[in-house]
Design a protein around this ligand. Sequence first.
Ligand code: SF4
Ligand code: SF4
Length: 112
Amino acid sequence: MSSEGSLPAYYEIPPGGAIPEPGSSLKYKTGSWRVLRPVINQDKCVRCRLCWVYCPDAAILELDEEYVTSKGRRYKITYKVNYDYCKGCGVCARECPVNAIEMVPEPIGGEE
Ligand code: SF4
Ligand code: SF4
């Protein structure tokens, strides 16, 4: 500590704007910033992958989960939103070519 008491000395302050270790962003779950959340309609989704490509936060997950639509179409993959990191920007909903993603108000208090 510095001679000023509780204030740290300059060399004790972590460098600003620097990422001291790789992958550290995983620790910061930024989904709590969201006011709108994307909800994927799995029946409408045609598995084009555009939401996965465009999401600026890599918050769209491409999962090896089979899904059969109400009309009987079978898909081998499923796209889901990782709400731990999704910030609700709406890019995925904007880019989805079949309007399979709806932005809905975030439930008060988080997950429902
Ligand atoms: S709302 Fe934004 S951050 Fe969330 S999944 Fe869609 S593109 Fe990614
Ligand atoms: S952009 Fe729309 S149709 Fe394409 S994978 Fe995402 S949700 Fe499905």
